[in-house]
Design a protein around this ligand. Structure first.
Ligand code: HAM
Length: 423
């Protein structure tokens, strides 16, 4: 048996899991601040949901899905993203007929069979936010403001926001025709992927990273020039709202995004410092998705961020200083006869909400102190002959190295007074 996690997956061990918890807490708190509530959907769905929702010509659906048959011969797929699942849940529970807009956020693993590299995994984690039921361009601005606020709260300020409008079905088909006309004479110069995109989804040729493709399509018609009146007005209002709120963005007419459901606003946020996979988040409007999934016409907009990529950008974060890696109290016994007293005291401390631990390997007193230090204990309670005889505890402050003798009645109050000072 190979003792290795499957390619593109990995374990998150302590203390790194503390760093994840820190980021997750900021994500949840910020989402709540903007009026979003959590939705949890299944890890796998009927394959058809992604084929219809995300689009069968996309790379995600065509090449990257983990699809399998269950024992009843149903085709199921590990979710490659969560927007289609949210649309499915909105329809299944008729949430669209309640109070609108619906504001949901989610967090969890997604699965895509792609070539793993730094910042790209086969099981990765997304935080996402979706708003269903409003066309208002201010909602587009708000969703982008939420994403940027998260980055700010994580102290990530070196980002670039790329913004575009990919129009509605009407203006997009008009633009598509123009673009195909432009590409047709040069199609032989395109890379293999783009030759296929040219056939199935020509807009995706615009955001191919291959320089030869970009050279071949030089002078391509600009989407902006083909937007219909309504889409142009909507885009202009989104930009105004962003500018009003002090957001700087780059209008990027090559930004088309890799999923088929987008309409109008599309955006991506990059942190160039994290390498080739620099998109920490992306999203956009999807006014036809709910209908494509078999529901009524309900507009929507959202985004998702890759948590691994946020953590890459946060590599400098000193997680030793994150509170969760600390232990408040370690109980050390000077004699192993006092192990039972130590365990009882430990349980009293825990009942009082104090994070505490002890040794379970019969370490010597000196080795226990070393162990307490490695666990990051703020205080060590020493229990020896003297202490038990006089019904007191010796409490050692691991920062100042000072020791105090405290009565059993006074122990909790004393510990709390020191922990409060620490906060
Ligand atoms: P996406 O652009 O495919 O959009 O993914 C969003 C983010 O997930 C990316 O910007 C990236 O940070 C992260 N990500 C994607 N694939 C990987 C991977 N293989 N490894 C690590 N991180 C990855 C969506 O998924 C849409 N559902 C977003 C959305 C929500 N649009 C509207 N609402």
């Amino acid at each position: 048996m190979e003792n290795k996690a499957p390619r593109g997956t990995y374990d998150i061990l302590p203390p790194v899991s503390g760093k994840w918890q820190y980021v997750e807490q900021i994500l949840r708190e910020t989402a709540a601040l903007y009026g979003f509530h959590e939705i949890r959907t299944p890890i796998f769905e009927h394959t058809e949901l992604f084929e219809r929702g995300v689009g069968s010509t996309t790379d995600v659906v065509g090449k990257e899905m983990y699809t399998f048959k269950d024992r009843s011969d149903r085709s199921l797929t590990l979710r490659p993203e969560n927007t289609a699942s949210c649309a499915r849940a909105l329809i299944e529970h008729s949430v669209y007929s309640g109070i609108l807009p619906v504001k949901w956020y989610y967090m969890g693993p997604m699965f895509r069979y792609d070539r793993p590299q730094a910042g790209r995994y086969r099981q990765f984690h997304q935080f996402g936010a979706e708003v269903f039921g409003s066309n208002d361009p201010r909602v587009d601005a708000e969703i982008i403001l939420l994403l940027l606020d998260i980055l700010q709260r994580l102290n990530l300020s070196d980002y670039e926001l790329h913004l575009n409008s990919v129009g509605c079905t009407v203006c997009r088909s008009r633009y598509r025709e123009k673009l195909v006309k432009h590409i047709t004479p040069v199609q032989e110069r395109l890379c293999r992927d783009c030759k296929q995109r040219y056939e199935q989804n020509p807009l995706r040729v615009l955001d191919c990273k291959n320089e030869k493709c970009q050279e071949a399509i030089q002078g391509y018609p600009r989407f902006f020039d083909y937007l219909c009146e309504d889409c142009r007005e909507h885009y202009s209002q989104v930009k105004n709202s962003l500018t009003d709120n002090g957001v700087r963005f780059i209008h990027d007419d090559r930004l088309v995004r890799g999923l088929d459901y987008y309409t109008r606003t599309a955006f991506e946020v990059h942190i160039p410092g994290i390498g080739a996979q620099s998109a920490v988040g992306g999203g956009g409007r999807y006014d036809g998705l709910v209908e494509d999934c078999g529901g009524p016409q309900v507009p929507g907009i959202g985004f998702a961020m890759g948590i691994e990529r946020l953590l890459l950008a946060l590599q400098e974060l000193d997680y030793d200083n994150l509170q969760d890696n600390y232990l408040d109290v370690f109980i050390a016994v000077m004699d192993h006869n006092f192990e039972d007293t130590a365990l009882k005291t430990l349980q009293e401390l825990r009942a009082a909400g104090i994070r505490s631990d002890k040794d379970y390997l019969c370490r010597s007193p000196k080795a226990q102190m070393k162990y307490a230090d490695r666990l990051g204990a703020r205080l060590v309670i020493l229990i020896g002959e003297e202490e038990v005889r006089h019904k007191v505890f010796t409490v050692r402050d691991m920062n100042s190295k000072k020791q105090e003798t405290v009565t059993a009645e006074d122990l909790l109050r004393y510990i709390r007074s020191i922990l409060v000072k620490q906060d």
